[in-house]
Design a protein around this ligand. Structure first.
Ligand code: HAM
Length: 393
């Protein structure tokens, strides 16, 4: 989380905290033909007879907030928090999962698509993940997408008998989503389906070309995946997904996003361009586990105070260190020195400060380096902070 917020804050994004609950209409208006909205939403009627949903994602809430508050554009925001989808739980697919993401409203420029893709790309790189592939596609202008959907409808309808029963149901709702079918019996038909790139208007093609050229220029490797239609309905132009190398294929998207010009209008606002992404933190952590990489655990402290005189000295020293900006932790409940040293080691601390009766009597403290072979040594209590600062520098 810290890695993400530092990166996006440095790029000029401000934090927004969308509510967990929204009027269900906010989500209905953005994806009536998607599983996320039709099957997976947790919804209920509240005491005031309002139909409410637990948010399945946050883009719609950000756009609803934009319509409601009318901030000046470009409006660049980031968010982090839980989302809820009634899915069959399995590794990488949960009913409550966390996302971090960004949204930018009010900018049509394809260079912004590149900026947001870069932010996500850099985040995965900073975590140390090596096996993340960037897939990109463009769904064109709304009219290109309409013509393409029409062509898909005709193509799949003409070959209905070879389409799986589940995909026939999908076809009736949204022919684009048929392309997302993972069922083996659908694959041959899908591979012969019309291609979106044959339907781009000159403007849509120019937009997508700029995105590809920019990514290449920045050295960001990508594959064009024309079947990347995404699970939500609001996308136009650029779409993208970050695919992990270690998870099952149905759950291997670590994050995704794209352009959704038109969503703000669908929610009752003025015509406004939008682009953003969300990264699934649960899947990203699984990928970190699988690849054996870990960002430093944020709970690690610099100093652990071991007090075998009852606990009051540890209270004084940890508070003193923390006020001076040094991260510090301690044990409670009068544990033995052995057990406290074990906790000190587990805390990730660089040094332990050890206080026993002799140290209290002599107004001294023992400093023991925990991550080197150096011997422990004694300092006077008044020199404790400078000695610790030196140890940590
Ligand atoms: P999404 O593709 O539905 O997009 O979700 C983004 C990421 O959230 C996925 O790639 C995945 O890592 C994670 N995710 C989704 N569902 C689950 C689940 N059930 N369990 C665990 N992780 C999950 C969106 O949500 C869009 N709002 C992204 C966006 C932002 N588009 C534009 N702006």
């Amino acid at each position: 989380m810290g890695t993400f917020s530092d990166a996006v804050t440095a790029a000029g994004y401000g934090q927004i905290i969308p509510p967990l609950l929204e009027d269900i209409g906010v989500f209905h208006r953005v994806g009536e033909a998607t599983d996320v909205v039709t099957k997976e939403m947790y919804d209920f009627v509240d005491k005031g007879d309002r139909h409410i949903a637990l948010r399945p994602e946050q883009t719609a809430s950000v756009c609803r907030a934009f319509v409601q508050h009318g901030p000046t554009t470009p409006w660049k925001v980031w968010y982090a928090g839980p989302n809820f989808r009634y899915e069959r739980p399995q590794r990488g697919r949960f009913r409550q999962f966390d996302q971090v993401g960004v949204e930018v409203l009010g900018v049509e420029d394809p260079y912004l698509d590149i900026e947001v893709i870069c932010l996500a790309w850099n985040f995965f790189a900073q975590l140390g993940l090596q096996q993340v592939a960037l897939h990109i596609n463009s769904l064109g202008e709304p009219s290109d997408r309409e013509r393409y959907m029409q062509a898909l409808q005709e193509y799949f309808s003409a070959n209905l008998e070879t389409l799986s029963a589940a995909s026939q149901v999908t076809l009736a709702k949204n022919p684009l989503r048929v392309l997302d079918s993972k069922r083996p019996e659908d694959q041959e038909l899908i591979s012969g389906a019309p291609r979106i790139s044959d339907f781009y208007s000159p403007q849509a093609k120019a937009h997508f070309d700029t995105v590809q050229e920019g990514l290449s220029e920045l050295g960001i490797a990508f594959v064009i995946n024309e079947k990347l239609v995404r699970g939500l309905d609001y996308y136009r132009h650029t779409t993208f997904e970050f695919v992990g190398g270690t998870l099952e294929s149905a759950q291997n998207a670590l994050g995704g996003g794209g352009r959704y010009d038109g969503l703000v209008e669908a929610l009752g606002g003025p015509s406004t361009a939008g682009v953003g992404f969300a990264i699934g933190l649960d899947r990203t952590l699984l990928a970190c586990d699988d690849e054996g990489v870990f960002a430093p655990t944020p709970e690690d402290v610099s100093v652990f105070v071991v007090d075998i005189t009852g606990g009051k000295e540890a209270m004084l020293i940890t508070q003193g260190l923390r006020s001076a900006g040094v991260s510090a932790d301690r044990a409670f409940e009068g544990r033995s020195i052995k057990s406290q040293m074990k906790l000190a080691d587990r805390s990730g601390a660089t040094v332990a400060i050890i206080i026993g009766p002799d140290e209290v009597a002599a107004a001294t403290a023992v400093i023991r380096p925990l991550r080197s072979d150096r011997e422990q040594y004694i300092v006077s209590r008044k020199d404790l902070l400078p000695s610790i600062t030196k140890e940590l520098s």
